[in-house]
Design a protein around this ligand. Structure first.
Ligand SMILES: CC(C)(COP(=O)(O)OP(=O)(O)OC[C@H]1O[C@@H](n2cnc3c(N)ncnc32)[C@H](O)[C@@H]1OP(=O)(O)O)[C@@H](O)C(=O)NCCC(=O)NCCS
Length: 166
């Protein structure tokens, strides 16, 4: 992995600032410093810094008996420059190769056009809409549920959906 490194408590300042900005823009929910600290030390979670403090990602469910990993949060601080697409290659590798996940899933607000475009372009399957499942400042919002299965990842590694070249 070249773009991901495990995050630690010293990265919390960066992580919280990035999360606050993304949350204010309505792209993600936010957690407190205490909640992140507790999750960081949990064997069920994995925190990564992306690039040179250009983003972060959080996985949950490392201990799932169903081998279902959740990508709980991903934030890129300078979006729209291709870093998200590159980071996802490594996030997928972490989930399916290192953690041997059977299923990777996550959700996105249905008005997050950039994220939806990226996830669709990467070949994630859409499983449906969680109607008004999240309360944002502007009211209850729909979430789109995405997933990829291990067998689909195998196919994907042979011919990754490239998005830009399509
Ligand atoms: C969503 C996110 C992780 C994607 O990472 P990124 O580095 O911005 O993504 P990339 O630059 O690699 O790719 C973005 C894609 O969306 C497209 N795009 C950019 N702005 C767009 C818009 N407003 N509407 C639709 N598509 C858009 C780009 O053209 C690119 O597609 P392409 O590769 O087919 O050309 C990042 O934007 C981010 O962290 N945003 C804020 C927090 C957030 O939304 N997190 C995800 C919550 S589910």
């Amino acid at each position: 992995m070249t773009l991901l490194r495990p995050a630690n408590a010293e990265d919390l300042g960066f992580l919280l600032a990035a999360e606050a900005a993304a949350s204010k823009a309505g792209f993600v929910s936010a957690n407190s410093r205490e909640e992140h600290l507790a999750a960081m030390s949990s064997p069920d979670a994995a925190y990564f810094v992306i690039g040179d403090c250009q983003g972060y990602a959080i996985f949950l469910g490392l201990q799932s008996p169903h081998h279902a990993l959740e990508l709980k949060r991903v934030v890129i601080t300078a979006p729209g420059q291709g870093l998200g697409r590159r980071a996802f290659q490594e996030l997928l590798r972490y989930a399916f190769v290192e953690r041997k996940a059977h299923r990777l899933f996550f959700d996105a607000f249905d008005d997050n056009a950039r994220a939806l475009h990226l996830y669709r372009g990467l070949g994630f399957r859409e499983e449906g809409i969680l109607r008004e499942a999240a309360l944002r400042q502007d009211g209850y919002r729909n979430l789109v549920l995405f997933s990829m299965l291990a067998a689909e990842y195998e196919t994907w590694t042979r011919a990754p959906a490239t998005g830009r070249s399509r």
